[in-house]
Write a protein of this length. Structure first.
Length: 389
């Protein structure tokens, strides 16, 4: 009888051990499923800024940094491109979105990088260094120039004008097709070349020059056909130094000067003009919709407020905004204007209404307005994304 009880007890103990082991296995499976599920959720939401902030400072690589670090001695440049940003560094040029996801990257040695864009095309080069690169969607064409580049532009079709040094001349302009073929060359013997632009139909070259032969400096505007060596039209802008020229339509060339702006047609005839009325032009930007944004100041003092004028492509005023102090950066994109002044970011509508504002405790070197109110700001040796909405 006692032997039977002993056998029954041993069976009961054995059943308990089996149930316990089964329960342990079940718990292990549940824990493994939770771990896998959590890992999968993190992976699928790797771009979520809430997760990024939650794990910042923790030894987990989410493969989506929101800060770009530059070397202390590194020169860099930033520019907007269709809601994204182009970042040119000493060895690379990249296009990133507002989550800092890399869209494309090309290798290019840049001592002092310069970025010019024509909508879909990006022209990059180093100031006073030979060679340039034209990029569209990550595909690039290299322009091997004989002399150092001191200026350049690209139109919406990818046709490029490069201003280079030339021995015995003030400068030279070389026009390239999107495939890298040289289409036209022109040497300037008398005047310094400030800027150059190519028309929408890829047939006309506009050249802005500076004339210092008289007691006062004046700007010059010349128009060339690629089939002719000499200009077919020209204008002299008395006492007005040209800062930039850009074709903003099939029959419209915008000229931004230091005392006023003007629009000329394809024959070199003036269509519209706007005077700054004696105010100093401290900054400006030409928007992706060909609007002109001007930062005008009563004097050169950084203590004075700056008047922001938002002009249409016909130089008719659309809106005005008052910014405190000096304006260090303007970026007009997607119908809005980013104004950077006194460590402040302001998002302004075309009518001059303030849509958003943010104080930042740093001096901003450059800023690019991106999609959804995101702004890429560069300060010192880093660039980061902030949001204004």
């Amino acid at each position: 009888m006692s032997d039977k009880k002993t056998i029954d007890k041993s069976k009961i103990e054995e059943r308990k051990k089996k149930r316990h082991a089964k329960k342990n296995r079940f718990l292990i499976i549940v824990i493994l499923l939770l771990v896998v599920s959590t890992a999968f959720t993190l992976y699928m939401n790797i771009d979520n800024p809430l997760l990024h902030n939650a794990f910042s400072g923790v030894g987990i690589d989410l493969a989506n940094e929101t800060v770009i670090e530059f070397e202390k001695t590194e020169d860099y440049a930033l520019q907007g491109l269709n809601g994204n940003a182009i970042v040119a560094r000493n060895t690379t040029v990249s296009c990133v979105d507002s989550n800092m996801n890399n869209i494309w990257t090309i290798n290019q040695n840049n001592a002092a990088p310069v970025i010019k864009n024509g909508g879909k095309y990006v022209l990059t080069y180093s100031f006073d260094v030979p060679g340039a690169m034209l990029t569209k969607g990550g595909d690039s064409v290299e322009f091997a120039t004989e002399n150092n580049i001191i200026g350049g532009s690209v139109n919406k079709n990818g046709y490029c004008a490069l201003i280079t040094r030339e021995k015995g001349y003030k400068a030279q302009i070389v026009v390239y097709s999107p495939e890298g073929e040289i289409l036209y060359k022109w040497h300037s013997a008398d005047n310094y070349i400030i800027d150059a632009a190519i028309s929408y139909d890829n047939r006309t070259l506009a050249v802005a020059t500076a004339d210092f032969s008289k007691n006062t400096a004046s700007g010059g505007l010349m128009l060339f056909n690629f089939s002719q060596e000499k200009p077919f039209a020209g204008q002299v802008l008395e006492n007005n130094i040209i800062m930039q020229i850009k074709f903003i339509g099939k029959d419209s060339l915008l000229v931004v000067g230091d005392i006023g702006a003007a629009v000329f047609n394809s024959l070199g005839e003036k269509k519209a003009e706007y005077s700054y009325s004696g105010k100093s032009l401290t900054n400006y930007d030409i928007g992706d919709d060909n609007s002109l944004v001007l930062a005008l100041n009563e004097s050169d003092s950084v203590l004075n407020d700056t008047e922001i004028k938002i002009m249409g492509s016909n130089l008719k005023e659309k809106g005005t905004y008052m910014a405190s102090g000096a304006v260090s950066c303007l970026d007009a994109s997607d119908g809005k204007v980013l104004v950077v002044s006194d460590r402040k970011l302001a998002l302004v509508s075309k009518r001059g209404n303030e849509l958003a504002k943010l104080d930042v405790n740093k001096d901003i070197k450059n800023a690019v307005l991106m999609n959804n109110g995101d702004v890429l700001i560069a300060s010192g040796n880093s660039a980061e994304i902030v949001n204004l909405q």
